[in-house]
Ligand binder design. Structure first.
Ligand SMILES: [Fe+2]
Length: 238
């Protein structure tokens, strides 16, 4: 089975359209998204409409949960006070501009999705099997990976949240961070489509990076009342 994964889209409809096309070109059997549909760029409702129109199933991110339930905070982590302030402005903007029907869609998303194929149990999460806002970076100790595999009770785990893709295999368990479609943080500004091929011996993973009309999104951020800070971050892939 071949699966296309669309991680952390964050209001970037232009990146989403290209990432979706990549998945179709790869002739995947199924496409999933990993949540965090709004924030940082202005096209949250367009993203939700696109996912609904194309019947792309997915899980609920911390951002979706916070926006849909009108929380005061997105549940994100910050490295410094400026980042905290900017992130909060983006969250307030998104909460205010997300339509009621988009919020209903976000509320309807499950915490996880699981399926069985080729004798493997596959589970999808936004961040981790235990919390949707815990950052599961590649350099976590092996113990943490195995604990998560235990919590998930799965052979193959697919998740996002950190916006930095990786693939790891430990003791026959497969750990796949799908990266981010709309707000990469690994210094590569291109969109990211994660292709996972599952067979009886395990999983093979590719991260396909592709250019999209980033200027259109940068300009849309600058023309909106979102902080300009996010236009700069998008142009840097940070
Ligand atoms: Fe995110």
């Amino acid at each position: 089975m071949r699966v296309g994964i669309l991680g952390d889209i964050h209001g970037n409809i232009e990146a989403l359209k290209v990432a979706y096309e990549v998945a179709l070109e790869e002739k995947v059997d199924k496409i999933y998204h990993l949540g965090d549909l709004g924030g940082y760029a202005p096209f949250v409702n367009e993203v939700v409409e696109f996912l609904m129109e194309n019947k792309i199933e997915g899980v609920q991110g911390n951002y979706d949960e916070s926006v849909a339930y009108n929380r005061k905070h997105c549940g994100c982590k910050y490295d410094n006070p400026i980042q905290a302030e900017m992130a909060h402005l983006s969250f307030e903007w998104t909460e205010k501009h997300t339509t009621e029907s988009s919020k209903q869609y976000m509320k309807s998303l499950p915490f996880s999705i699981e399926f069985q194929t080729e004798g493997k149990k596959v589970k999808l999460y936004h961040a981790t099997p235990i919390k949707n806002n815990l950052y599961w970076y590649e350099d976590r100790p092996e113990k943490f990976f195995l604990l998560m595999a235990d919590k998930a009770g799965a052979d193959i785990m697919i998740y996002g949240h950190t916006h930095i893709p990786y693939f790891k295999e430990i003791n026959g368990k497969y750990f796949i961070n799908a990266g981010s479609v709309g707000k990469p943080k690994d210094g590569d500004t291109r969109t990211c489509t994660c292709i996972v091929e599952i067979n009886s011996s395990g999983a093979k993973v590719r991260f396909i990076r592709k250019e999209y009309d980033i200027d259109k999104v940068v300009n849309a951020i600058l023309e909106s009342s979102l902080p300009h800070y996010f236009a700069e971050k998008l142009s840097l892939g940070r």
